[in-house]
Design a protein around this ligand. Structure first.
Ligand code: ADP
Ligand code: MG
Length: 285
C-alpha cells in the first residue's frame, strides 16, 4: 500500500440551524481515490472551492471521512488510537506563514515541535540545524521571523514541519500569499525535500507552473478528480483545463496554438526552454 491512500473518500459539510435541523449539505470531497507512493512528488490542482483543503485535512486526520476510507502509512484515519502515528507521518504547511510561526527567534520556532513531543535537547538542535539547512535558511537561525520575507517565513514553517521528521509533507497553497520570488523559493525548497531528503510531497496549488516537475497531478473540480496524469499528460489538455478554470501557462497555450496551426509539436509543452528547443529542432535543417 502507498504511504497515502484514499478509497471513495467523501466528505460533507453539514449546516444546521439553531435548533439543529439540517439546512444544507455541501459535498466538498466526492469519491476521491488517491494512491501516493513513498518518495513521490504529487500535485493537486483546482480552482477555489474545488475541495483541495478539505482533502488535505483528511491526510493527517484533522477531518475524517463522511464516507470511504483514508489510510496514512497503513493506518485508517478513523482509528483514534493511531492519531499520533498519523500526525507524525504527515506534516502540514498552510497558506499563511504568519499563522504558523510562533517563536521569537527562527531556531526556537523550528525547535518548538520536537520539544513539544519530548525530543531530547541535543537532538532538537541537530534537527533544527538539518531542517534549516534543508530549506536554505540556516544563516537566518538567529533572526526574528518578523523581519523575514513571506517566502522566507514559509520556508521556516516548512523547516518546523521537517524537524518533526515526517515521511510526508502536505503543502496547502503554500505560495498563495507570496510574490513571484517567494513562490520560487518555496517551490525550490519543496523540490529539495523530495529530491534530497526523499520525503513524499503533496503540493496543493492553483498555479499550474508549479507542477512542472512533479510525478503525478490530480486536478479537482466540485470535489471530484476531474483529470489526472503526469504533468505532460495534464498540460496537453489545454481546453479541458480552461474549462476547469485553471490558468494554463502562456507558453503551453502558445505551443498548443502553433500545434493546431500545423507545426509538428507534441502536446503538453511545459516550459519556454522546452518550446525553444523544439522550435530550434524544426528550423535548424
Ligand atoms: P479549496 O481548498 O479547493 O478552495 P475547500 O476544501 O476549502 O476548497 O472547499 C470545498 C467546498 O467546501 C466549498 O464549497 C466550500 O465552500 C465548502 N467548505 C469549506 N470549508 C467549509 C466549512 N468549514 N463549512 C462549510 N463548508 C465549507
Ligand atoms: Mg483551500
Amino acid at each position: 500500500m502507498g504511504i497515502i491512500k484514499t478509497k471513495d473518500l467523501t466528505f460533507e459539510y453539514i449546516r444546521r440551524d439553531e435548533e439543529g435541523n439540517v439546512e444544507g449539505i455541501t459535498t466538498a470531497v466526492d469519491h476521491v481515490d488517491l494512491d501516493v507512493k513513498p518518495g513521490q512528488f504529487i500535485a493537486i490542482l483546482g480552482h477555489n472551492g474545488s475541495g483541495k483543503s478539505t482533502l488535505a485535512k483528511h491526510l493527517n486526520a484533522i477531518l475524517t471521512p463522511t464516507d470511504g476510507t483514508v489510510w496514512v502509512d497503513g493506518y485508517d484515519t478513523k482509528e483514534e488510537e493511531h492519531i499520533w502515528d498519523i500526525r507524525q507521518t504527515t506534516g502540514m504547511v498552510f497558506q499563511n506563514p504568519d499563522n504558523q510561526i510562533i517563536g521569537q527567534v527562527v531556531e526556537e520556532d523550528v525547535g518548538f515541535g520536537p520539544e513539544n513531543i519530548g525530543v531530547p535537547t541535543k537532538e532538537i538542535w541537530e534537527r533544527v540545524e538539518e531542517s534549516l539547512k534543508a530549506v536554505g535558511m540556516y544563516e537566518y537561525r538567529k533572526s526574528s521571523p518578523n523581519r523575514l520575507s513571506g517566502g522566507q517565513k514559509q520556508r521556516i514553517s516548512i523547516a518546523g514541519v521537517l524537524a518533526m521528521h515526517p515521511k510526508c509533507i502536505v503543502l496547502d497553497e503554500p505560495t498563495a500569499m507570496l510574490d513571484p520570488n517567494g513562490r520560487k523559493e518555496v517551490i525550490r525548497a519543496a523540490r529539495a525535500l523530495n529530491d534530497v531528503e526523499g520525503i513524499t510531497v503533496i503540493l496543493i496549488t492553483h498555479y499550474m507552473e508549479e507542477i512542472v516537475y512533479c510525478d503525478k497531478v490530480f486536478v479537482m473540480d466540485k470535489g471530484k478528480v476531474a483529470l489526472s496524469g503526469t504533468p505532460k499528460e495534464v498540460f496537453s489538455k489545454v481546453d479541458e483545463l480552461r474549462k476547469l478554470r485553471l490558468d494554463v501557462p502562456q507558453v503551453t497555450i502558445l505551443a498548443e496554438e502553433l500545434r493546431k496551426a500545423g507545426l509538428p509539436l507534441d502536446p503538453g509543452i511545459l516550459t519556454a526552454d522546452e518550446l525553444a528547443e523544439k522550435l530550434k529542432g524544426l528550423y535548424k535543417a
